[in-house]
Design a binder for this molecule. Structure first.
Ligand SMILES: Cc1cc2nc3c(=O)[nH]c(=O)nc-3n(C[C@H](O)[C@H](O)[C@H](O)COP(=O)(O)OP(=O)(O)OC[C@H]3O[C@@H](n4cnc5c(N)ncnc54)[C@H](O)[C@@H]3O)c2cc1C
Length: 303
């Protein structure tokens, strides 16, 4: 199907993009990778009168690390940039594990992490990863820049807190307190599919003790779920079998899965428990990324 008629603008600066958005309010949409917006427009689930393509705005394609270990991902950094990133492989195991699991190579070539957060699909992978890491989104509008914790940014399925005239400019992952470990595991029916379930775990360790932990779940609720009790069960502890089992049980309790053609609620809850256990067992032994042992990091196929 063809989209409804729309006006297309491709400004060369953020100020210009924001001015265009401000002019049209709710009738305007930002275009980043276009991998979610364009399909929605073709299906006529979205019919913006104005599309503001930010791809000509310079200086947004970066991902970088500050001297203190803070990681920044610009609004035009593609999934594929993160998949290939030596920085993430060396410094951020949860993100490094997730990047190759987003969609397929064609989508990864264009789609962006920031766009994925803005789209706020409950089955999107990046929101769980950024939530587990305690990340924030920087947004710029006519009144300046504000910073929004990811838990406040994603407010529901396909909903975020951006004003219609704001552009999300970057995602910030705070510097780890200790050695970062963890991973992302995704159960999918076939490679490239959206998650049946996804589990992001991030821990920061000093001498084997967890200083900070985050666990978040994809696809097992109306929105991304932060398993805060599960994360709290890890903090201040060594990753013993008992501590891991307790966190895995609490994460499974936090899930709100529904039975559907991809599996029963009971099965999905069981897989949340299994993935949390698997990632944390890997973190305990090697402090590195969990990828379930599969060559592409995918953990397996749903029944
Ligand atoms: C076949 C297919 C399979 C996919 N599989 C997966 C998958 O397995 N896992 C997964 O997580 N995702 C998947 N996706 C979605 C993909 O990750 C998208 O890239 C992502 O959801 C949106 O990023 P984008 O840059 O393409 O955003 P766009 O499509 O350009 O925009 C999406 C929405 O966010 C808004 N937006 C984008 N950027 C900004 C910004 N900087 N500021 C303000 N608003 C903004 C847009 O206005 C729009 O409403 C899949 C997509 C396709 C087509």
């Amino acid at each position: 199907m063809y989209p409804s008629r729309f006006r297309y603008e491709a400004p060369r600066s953020l100020d210009e993009a924001i001015a265009l958005l401000h002019e049209r309010g709710d009738e305007a949409k930002v275009l980043a990778g276009g991998q979610s917006l364009v399909p929605l427009m073709k299906l006529r689930f979205a019919a913006p009168e104005l599309v503001v393509d930010i791809n000509n705005v310079g200086g947004l394609g970066y991902h970088s690390e500050d001297p203190d270990g803070t990681i920044r991902i610009g609004a035009l950094c593609r999934h594929a940039d993160l998949e290939r990133s030596a920085l993430l492989k060396a410094r951020q195991p949860t993100m490094a594990a997730a990047a190759p699991l987003i969609a397929d190579p064609i989508v990864r070539r264009r789609g962006t992490l920031v766009g994925s957060l803005c789209h706020a699909d409950p089955q999107g992978d990046w929101a769980s990863v950024v939530m587990a890491l305690g990340g924030t989104v920087a947004a710029r509008g006519p009144d300046g820049i504000r910073t929004i914790p990811i838990a406040d940014f994603v407010t529901g399925p396909f909903q975020n807190t951006l004003a219609p005239d704001e552009v999300a400019t970057e995602v910030v992952i705070p510097a780890p307190r200790g050695t970062p470990a963890g991973g992302y595991l995704k159960l999918e029916r076939r490679v490239g599919d959206f998650a049946t379930i996804g589990v992001a775990v991030a821990v920061e360790l000093t001498a084997g003790t967890v200083n900070r932990a985050g666990i978040a779940l994809t696809g097992v609720g109306g929105s991304t779920i932060s398993a805060t009790a599960a994360a709290a069960a890890l903090t201040g502890h060594q990753l013993t079998a008992e501590v891991i089992a307790s966190a895995a049980d609490l994460a499974a309790e936090a899930a709100q899965p529904r039975t559907d053609h991809r599996g029963s609620a009971e099965y999905k809850r069981h897989m949340v428990r299994t993935f949390v256990t698997r990632i944390l067992a890997g973190a305990e032994t090697n402090g590195g990324a969990a990828n379930g042992g599969a060559p592409n990091g995918s953990a397996g196929k749903a029944a």
